[in-house]
Write a protein that binds this ligand. Sequence first.
Ligand code: SAM
Length: 241
Amino acid sequence: MPRFFCPVPLHTGLNLDLPAGAARHVQVLRLQPGATVTLFNGEGGEWDANVTRMGRADVAVAVEGHRAVEREAARAVHLVAGITANERMDWLVEKAVELGAASLTPLEAARSVLKLRGERADKKLAHWQGVAVAACEQCGRNRVPPVHAAQTLAAWLASPQAMQAAAGARLVLSLHPHARPLADAVAGATTVTLLSGPEGGLTPEEEAAALGAGFVPVTLGPRVLRAETAPLAVLAALTLG
Ligand code: SAM
């Protein structure tokens, strides 16, 4: 059944004009009055809704029963990932959401090719948030993980998120020979913050700053994985295992 993110208060019996994005999607799918769709607003659970009217651009629905179902990962994995070039970052955001990431912070690493400022940064953030919503619509998550504003490692380490991360396991993906295996570093932690580099890797200064802040260097083995493969492999291991 088609699922749409509808970030407004929802309750059984509500008659609602769908927000523009969802309405457009219903139009594209050529749904007809009487069709059933699923709505979620990120506040918990999902609703069945019946299409009651198809206008030229607007779509009205009647909200029916609520299901208190969540499809979140048992382990909260927060990703702080070096911004990669072109569509690779979209791919990373999409797959990370599917694999259950609890939040994503695009890291403006020293070696990130893409540097975002001002209006361009705002647009890119809105775009990545849209990718996260679309991934939730597709995969069945009813909680949309936050995609935070892109920031440098120094800014992130000084942020409230970094403080919260200190309560769980903090891992930095590292090619250093003394990096530890993933399973050892995670042990039984239920909250994990994972820092990974862009295509060119983290600089020695960035890695030293992460280690100085308490991050544990973690290896994924002898093969050098692409910047988007490495954090996704960890997410898969930690959320599906
Ligand atoms: N030449 C770069 C370097 O020396 O750092 C390679 C960077 S790699 C393509 C991109 C990122 O993926 C790295 O910064 C690291 O975070 C992660 N990564 C890739 N393979 C890894 C592995 N085998 N173990 C740990 N981290 C890995």
